[in-house]
Design a protein around this ligand. Structure first.
Ligand SMILES: [Cu+2]
Length: 407
C-alpha cells in the first residue's frame, strides 16, 4: 500500500493511474482518447493520450503484484499498449500484429501479468507507432521493490521526456516530422510550463527519467550536484558499477535513474543540454542575423512594412525581453521571468528547488540567496583592490596560433 509500504513517486505536472484490488489483483483501467492538452500557458494542442491526460497517468505498483489492465479504445483508430521494459508473458507484450490483434475503436482489451522486477519502465502504443507516440500515447511504469534496495530515498520524482512538432498557430502535433522538433517537454510540459522539483535540504533524492521522443536522445544536466546513475530500465546497477556524473544521457526508448543527497540549498537548473531543446516553437527557421549591422535598412524597409525592425543581431536573448508578438496559440521561443532577470530558455528545462525549511511540497517561490552569495556588478573599489583595468586589452597566455582580437 502507498505511504505504508512504499514512498509514492512524485510526477511533476503529471498524475497517477488509480487502481482497486479485486481478489488480490490490482485492477487498472486505461482509456485511450483524444486530449486537449496545454504544453505551456498559451499553447494547447489536440493530442492522443490516456484518461484525459498527456502523457498517460503514471502506473505505480510493487514487485510481486498481480496486475490487470483494461484498455478501452476511444480513438478513431486501432491501438495497443506495450509495457516497455516490463518482464511478462509474450502474449501480453502488446506489439500490434505480432503479439495480439489491434484494439479496435470501441473495444476493451485485458492485459494481465505478475510483476517480477523493480525499477522504472514505460508504456506506450505499439500500433501505428510513429503517429500514436508522436501524438502523446505514452506513460511511466514505476515498480517499487518488494524489499528495499539501496539507501532510503526521501523524494522520488518521475519524468517522461518527449518531443513534438507543432507549427506556430496550429493545434495538432505533426507525427510526420522526423528531425526538427519545436516543442521539447518534461511530462508533456515545456518551460515555463514545467513544475519545479521541491526538496528539503539533506533529503536523498531520486529522479527517474524516461525518453519516448521520436528520434532524440536527451543529455539531462543537473546543476549544483554530482549524482550517480543507479538504475536503467534493465534494472538496478550494482553499487560498484555506478559512476558519478552531472549529466545523464537518456537514449530514446530508455529510462535512467539518478540519486543524490540534496545538501546545497538553492534554485538549481535541470535541463537537456542540447541547446536547441531549450527553445520553444518560435525559434525555428529564423535567418542568422548575428553581427549584421542594418544601418539605414530598417527605415527603408519600413516604407514597405510599417513597424519593421531587424532582430537577432546580438542573438536571441534580447528577444526574450521584448514580449514579441506571436501567432495565436503559440509560445515565444524563450523567456520567462526569473527572480533576477529573464530566463532565456524554454523547452526541456525545469528547476530543482532545495530549501532548508519547507511548509509543504508546493512551489516555495524563488530562492532567497544569503547576502553576499550572488554574482553582481563589480564595484570600482573591488576592481582597484584587485588591479583589474576594464579598459586594458584582454589577455591570455600565448597559445598556438589561431586567435586574434577583432578591433
Ligand atoms: Cu534534448
Amino acid at each position: 500500500m502507498p505511504d505504508r509500504d512504499y514512498r509514492p513517486v512524485v510526477v511533476p505536472n503529471g498524475s497517477k493511474l488509480p487502481w482497486k484490488v479485486v481478489d488480490g489483483v490490482k485492477v487498472f483501467h486505461l482509456v485511450a482518447e483524444e486530449v486537449d492538452h496545454e504544453f505551456a500557458p498559451g499553447l494547447r494542442a489536440f493530442c492522443w493520450g490516456y484518461n484525459g491526460r498527456v502523457h498517460g497517468p503514471t502506473i505505480e505498483v510493487v514487485e510481486g503484484d498481480r496486475v490487470r489492465f483494461y484498455v478501452t479504445n476511444r480513438l478513431p483508430a486501432g491501438t495497443t499498449v506495450h509495457w516497455h521494459g516490463i518482464l511478462l508473458p509474450n502474449g501480453m507484450d502488446g506489439v500490434g500484429g505480432l503479439n495480439q490483434k489491434a484494439i479496435a475503436p470501441g473495444e476493451t482489451f485485458r492485459y494481465e501479468f505478475t510483476v517480477r522486477q523493480s525499477g522504472m519502465g514505460m508504456y506506450h502504443s505499439h500500433h501505428d507507432e510513429m503517429t500514436q507516440m508522436a501524438l502523446g500515447m505514452a506513460g511511466l511504469f514505476v515498480i517499487h521493490p518488494r524489499r528495499p534496495v539501496g539507501p532510503r530515498i526521501d523524494r522520488d520524482f518521475a519524468i517522461l521526456l518527449h518531443e513534438w512538432r507543432i507549427d506556430a498557430g496550429t493545434r495538432r502535433p505533426n507525427p510526420n516530422e522526423m528531425t526538427d522538433f519545436n516543442v521539447l517537454t518534461m511530462n508533456a510540459r515545456a518551460f515555463p510550463g514545467t513544475e519545479p522539483l521541491v526538496v528539503r535540504q539533506g533529503e536523498r533524492v531520486r529522479i527517474r527519467l524516461g525518453n519516448l521522443s521520436a528520434t532524440d536522445h536527451h543529455p539531462i544536466h543537473l546543476h549544483g550536484y554530482q549524482f550517480r546513475i543507479t538504475e536503467t530500465d534493465g534494472g538496478r546497477i550494482a553499487e560498484s558499477a555506478q559512476w558519478p556524473e552531472t549529466t545523464v544521457l537518456v537514449p530514446v526508448g530508455s529510462t535512467r535513474t539518478i540519486e543524490f543527497v540534496a545538501d546545497e540549498p538553492g534554485d538549481w537548473a535541470m535541463h537537456c543540454h542540447m541547446t536547441h531543446h531549450l527553445m520553444n516553437q518560435m525559434g525555428h527557421d529564423i535567418p542568422n542575423m548575428i553581427g549584421v549591422k542594418p544601418g539605414g535598412l530598417d527605415a527603408r524597409v519600413r516604407t514597405l512594412l510599417p513597424g519593421y525592425m531587424t532582430m537577432g543581431q546580438t542573438g536571441m536573448g534580447e528577444m526574450a525581453d521584448m514580449g514579441m508578438a506571436v501567432p495565436a496559440n503559440s509560445i515565444p521561443m524563450v523567456g520567462a521571468k526569473g527572480k533576477h532577470d529573464t530566463i532565456t530558455m524554454g523547452g526541456m528545462f525545469t528547476v530543482l528547488k532545495v530549501r532548508e525549511r519547507l511548509a509543504s511540497n508546493e512551489d516555495p517561490g524563488w530562492y532567497d540567496n544569503p547576502p553576499g552569495t550572488v554574482a553582481v556588478a563589480a564595484s570600482s573599489d573591488e576592481l582597484r583592490r584587485d588591479g583589474i583595468d576594464v579598459d586594458a586589452p584582454s589577455t591570455a597566455d600565448p597559445g598556438s596560433p589561431g586567435g586574434a582580437r577583432r578591433g
